[in-house]
Design a protein around this ligand. Structure first.
Ligand code: NAI
Length: 252
């Protein structure tokens, strides 16, 4: 288990997409360590099962939900299943994301569509599916994982940057729409974090990434999880529509 911020999330129910590894896995673990019941969403049944067994060792209820967040019918069915089981959901973390990095001249239609579908459409579908239960409860926290690539351009990532900037615009707008129901909607914008998503980057790209980060290192998944835990906690109840960069100073 990683080291996590201590906040009181007892009796809360949280949904985390892309929970089987990397940042999503740390978020799910951090929520569970703090007492929240966690519904883990992913696309790989075996890894989901392993994740819930390991995180379930914290003693809280953790469940696995096989779902591709880019598919509307999948999301609607999964939301019904989770709400039927837990009655309500107070925390939604839209973390699932993919990259298909290429310079524009080589970027195919499917490179564009796949990234927009998972990162942006997935965030929209999940938020729409869970906001009604939060509206009824007049309480909720929605936390979207964007990226520094949503705040600034990055060569070879026009599809990814567009999806992550879209998440920021979506976050701000939905924050306005849901504020009167006491639901906060915020985004976290990670810089370079040590996960499977970045492990395959070339040594040159990794060095450039470190050089462009004032703290001169990659962050850990727990760094992002701790920002999410803060935004999910009562301590952040007056923060909405914001983007919190957790990037070692990259966007300063
Ligand atoms: P990762 O590749 O290790 O994990 C992504 C997770 O999303 C996996 O569990 C994967 O199975 C799941 N996923 C992918 N497509 C899905 C779909 N259609 N439906 C449901 N689940 C799906 O990535 P990592 O690094 O943990 O990234 C997590 C989030 O943080 C992503 O949104 C990513 O864009 C963002 N991010 C990551 C950064 C990094 O340096 N690692 C930097 C900035 C943002």
């Amino acid at each position: 288990m990683g080291k996590y911020l201590s906040v009181d999330l007892k009796d809360q129910v949280a949904v985390v997409t892309g929970a089987t590894r990397g940042i999503g896995r740390a978020i799910a673990e951090g929520l569970a360590v703090n007492g929240a019941k966690v519904a883990c969403i992913g696309t790989n049944a075996e890894k989901l099962q392993q994740t819930v067994e390991e995180i379930g060792a914290t003693g809280v209820e953790v469940t696995a939900h096989l779902c591709n967040v880019a598919l509307s019918e999948n999301v609607v069915k999964t939301a019904e299943e989770i709400i039927a089981r837990y009655k309500t959901v107070g925390i939604l973390v839209n973390n699932a994301g993919i990259t298909r990095d290429k310079l524009l001249r080589g970027l195919t239609d499917s490179d564009w569509d796949d990234v927009i579908a998972v990162n942006l459409r997935g965030t929209f579908l999940m938020t729409r599916a869970f906001c009604e239960t939060m509206r009824r409860a007049k309480k909720g926290r929605i936390i979207n994982i964007s990226s520094v690539s949503g705040l600034q351009g990055n060569r070879g990532q026009s599809n990814y940057c567009a999806s992550k900037a879209g998440i920021i615009a979506f976050t701000r707008t939905v924050a306005l729409e849901l504020a009167n129901r006491n639901i906060t909607v915020n985004a976290v914008a990670p810089g370079f974090i040590d996960t499977d998503m970045t492990v395959g980057l070339s040594e040159i790209v990794k060095q450039v990434a470190k050089d462009s980060t004032p703290l001169a290192r990659f962050g850990q998944p727990e760094d992002i999880a701790n920002a999410v835990l803060y935004l999910a906690s009562d301590w952040a109840s007056f923060i909405t529509g914001q983007v919190l960069p957790v990037d070692g100073g990259m966007t300063v």
